[in-house]
Design a protein around this ligand. Sequence first.
Ligand SMILES: [Fe+2]
Ligand SMILES: [Fe+2]
Length: 172
Amino acid sequence: MSVTTSIKKTAQNVEKVLTGEKPQVDLLDTLKEEHELVSALLNKLVDSDSASERKSLLKQIKAALVPHVRAEESVLYDAIIAVKDKGTQQDGEEGYIEHSLADRTLKNLEKIKSATSPEFSAAAKVLKELVEHHVKEEESNVWSDAREHFSSDERKLMNQKYLVEKKKVRVA
Ligand SMILES: [Fe+2]
Ligand SMILES: [Fe+2]
């Protein structure tokens, strides 16, 4: 058994002791569920014409999106960027850039006073399009990288880490 395999086995055994069972959920399944939730909220935001509903949806989007991207960066993207393959590293870097564009668009939206103004509608549409594009590429490119470079057991461990990291993120 190589050192890496033995470290992985030890990590899995520790996990087993802590949780009483082997971790079951693949990180990619958790991410998929969250993508669907955010996408539904963004569709509602763009379709709504009520200022109060839009403000409330924006808060829900921020609360779902910000912990998702931060934990995704530390658990998935950093692992992808650490893989010794330029194409894989580039997928990770591209994801980081798109996350920061989404952060900025979210901040801009929060600054707009009238949630029914054309300015707000435009920024909401841009955020929706940005997230849709990002999710599409993430689910094809980054997830293929994750499936290629990390085993199913590793992705289950990454899911446990992801859930812990997400709880640490403070949404201002
Ligand atoms: Fe994601
Ligand atoms: Fe992402």
